[in-house]
Design a protein around this ligand. Structure first.
Ligand code: C5P
Length: 229
């Protein structure tokens, strides 16, 4: 049986990489496939939510019943998130947002300079989208992700506090066959509960589809719990 615990809720997600343009033909990006975010969007729709998926460039089909907003850069992703926030009950930041973008976009293709063996690119920090959503007023229930290669839970807890999130999904990306680009993943969900006791749920390695279902079920349960508190 399908749980319909998210009926009547609007869930906005970000997924995939961002693409930071350097000039008309070049950009900076990363290896995010978008699979986890798309699996979460699929699961959220199955739980009965109205789902808005703000997606960086990926080669995945739009899940059934999901409204998809395509963006490229982190700035565009932030703008789409800002427009969606007022009417979102839950915001899940699953995108692998580029940390930096080019300080200057070149209107014309950057040319090789004869004799120069190096080219210096100056980068500036991108806005933190999930933290921006968490500092909005009023704000939705905000969930972030933390992909780490060591001290996974400690870094994730720190991120939960620093970005003022309601919940964080921590992944150990050093385990081969899990995470980035893979079809399987494992996670530890961390949150602060009513008495400031640390909440924790460990989800063992499984397909991204079943993992997404468990994450959505936990997020929705925590959302309802905070509404009662
Ligand atoms: O700080 P770090 O990039 O590890 O945090 C990861 C979490 O923050 C993810 O939820 C990611 O989607 C979000 N994030 C964001 N905007 C950024 C950087 C990260 O929303 N510029």
């Amino acid at each position: 049986a399908t749980a319909l615990d998210a009926l009547g809720l609007t869930i906005t997600l970000t997924a995939g990489p961002t693409r930071e343009p350097l000039d008309p033909v070049r950009y900076l990006t990363n290896h995010s496939s978008g699979k986890m975010g798309y699996a979460l969007a699929t699961a959220a729709a199955r739980h009965g939510a109205r789902v808005r998926l703000i997606s960086g460039p990926v080669s995945l089909a739009t899940p059934a019943g999901v409204e998809r907003i395509d963006v490229e850069s982190a700035s565009e992703m932030l703008e789409a998130a800002r427009q969606a926030i007022a009417d979102s009950d839950i915001f899940i930041g699953c995108a692998a947002v580029a940390d930096y973008r080019a300080e200057q976009y070149n209107e014309h293709k950057i040319k090789k300079t004869p004799g120069d063996e190096t080219l210096v690119l100056r980068l500036v920090k991108n806005p933190d989208i999930v933290a921006t959503m968490a500092s909005a007023e009023p704000r939705p229930f905000v969930v972030g992700f933390a992909a780490e290669t060591r001290d996974v839970e400690a870094y994730a807890r720190d991120k939960l506090e620093r970005k003022n999130l309601d919940m964080i999904v921590a992944n150990d990306v050093s385990q081969s066959g899990l995470g980035f680009g893979a079809d399987e993943n494992a996670a530890v969900l961390l949150w602060r509960d009513a008495d400031n006791e640390p909440g924790r749920l460990e989800l063992p390695p499984q397909s991204k589809a079943t993992l997404a279902d468990a994450i959505i079920a936990t997020v929705v349960a925590r959302f309802h719990a905070t509404q009662r508190e």
